[in-house]
Design a protein around this ligand. Structure first.
Ligand code: TYM
Length: 376
């Protein structure tokens, strides 16, 4: 459960969900009387509290996925599946904001979904689908380009500034990417978006877009909320603890990829930079490197940071890193044995099933949006 959320009686939610699907939504769609529509809409807002909330999140199928993705995003998703209606997308149209080789991209899409499954995302509980297979995402992004998103918003996005750097030929897609992300989220009436810290600014923009659209056309979109975990929301580079662990870093020793060879991964941990001194203490200001390693150890090894500090008191960095390398190695072995048991065909079938579920939700929403803006 997300911190601060109250559990709700699900049987009420299930009853209302059926009523909503079969009676209330079709009624809202055909009803021509503004007063009745607004009354039913307000009643719906009250009763929606009893339905399971919707969660949406996604990962780009570009580069090798690493433990930052796992700890910041996917491991959170796994634990939320039981209490929420979850939708997890392989956001391939985000990946093409930078150049991709077509055949590599095709395989990465399958591999990314396989990573979701190997991590514990259960396709019988959650929808797993490929973003480009539901074209409503790009359609809604276009509408938000016209209604809701401003150039000045996008110019402020730190991720755009970092990625564009001082390149001359920066694609419009890279600039516009947060608008597509807003469309991904808002299309499904998402209330909660579990992500790593670097995505918070994009979700703020999605919230602004929802509010602006709603105030112009009436209530169409739920205003979502980002959820980041307390620890692991920003896993840092093993070589430079001031920088985020990233798949686009030229030196791959900065990160532990989920599909890294186990021995290679262990060596990366042993080579990870440490701070001055020799105490294993969590202090992000004075000991950013050790604090990052402690976070990784705590989350992958299932131990409290305080406990680790006690266990390694007076033992120095060497012992600590050796044990952490074993924890990482064990995690990767388990993860990869699950990953290797899943066939590409299984993934393709799951994505196809996810596509039809996501498509049904998205097309209903887009019918409403098209009517609201006057193109239908
Ligand atoms: P992407 O593909 O860069 O990263 C996917 C998720 O992993 C998290 N993450 C990290 N968390 C902690 N430490 C790190 N070092 C680290 N690196 C990555 C990210 O915060 C993210 O949660 N635009 C998004 C994908 C996206 C999306 C969406 C997400 C598209 N549409 C809708 C949520 C909802 C992105 O590029 O994430």
């Amino acid at each position: 459960m997300v911190e601060g959320e109250r559990p709700v009686p699900w049987f009420l939610g299930d009853i209302y969900e059926n009523l909503r699907t079969y009676y209330i939504c079709p009624f809202l769609f055909v009803c021509k009387f503004a007063k009745s529509r607004s009354l039913i809409y307000n009643i719906d807002i009250i009763f929606r509290k009893y339905m399971k909330k919707i969660i949406f999140s996604g990962i780009q199928p570009s580069g090798d996925m690493h433990i930052g993705h796992y700890l910041g995003a996917i491991s959170q998703w796994v634990s939320l599946q039981k209490d929420y209606n979850c939708i997890f997308s392989v956001v391939d149209y985000h990946a093409i904001t930078v150049k991709q080789d077509p055949s590599e991209l095709r395989q990465r899409i399958v591999n990314t979904a396989k990573i979701y499954l190997a991590s514990g995302i259960d396709p019988t509980k959650s929808i797993i689908f490929q973003q480009s297979a539901v074209n409503e995402h790009v359609e809604l992004a276009w509408i938000f380009n016209c209604y809701g998103a401003y150039m000045s918003d996008l110019q402020k996005m730190t991720q755009f500034k970092d990625k564009a750097g001082d390149q001359e030929a920066v694609s419009v897609g890279l600039f516009d990417y947060p608008v597509l992300m807003a469309a991904d989220i808002l299309l499904y009436d998402t209330e909660i978006v579990p992500v790593g810290e670097d995505q918070k600014q994009h979700i703020e923009l999605a919230r602004d877009i929802a509010r602006r659209f709603n105030s112009r056309f009436g209530n169409a979109f739920v205003v979502p909320q980002a959820v980041v975990r307390k620890e692991g929301a920003r896993v840092m580079s093993l070589l430079d603890p001031i920088k985020k662990m990233s798949k686009s870093d030229k030196n791959q020793n900065n990160c532990i990829a989920l599909l890294d060879d186990v021995e290679v991964a262990k060596k990366k941990i042993m080579r990870a930079v440490t701070d001055s001194g020799s105490d294993v203490v969590y202090d992000t200001t004075d000991k950013p490197a050790i604090s990052n390693l402690l976070t990784i150890y705590a989350l992958l090894g299932g131990r409290q940071i305080k406990r680790l500090e006690k266990d390694y008191a007076g033992r120095g960095y060497g012992d600590f890193k050796r044990d952490l390398a074993d924890v990482v190695g064990k995690f990767l072995e388990d993860f990869q044995s699950k990953y290797n048991r899943i066939s590409d065909q299984e993934v393709i079938n799951i994505l196809a099933e996810g596509q039809s579920k996501a498509k049904a939700l998205a097309s209903k929403k887009m019918d409403k949006v098209r009517q609201m803006i006057g193109v239908r």
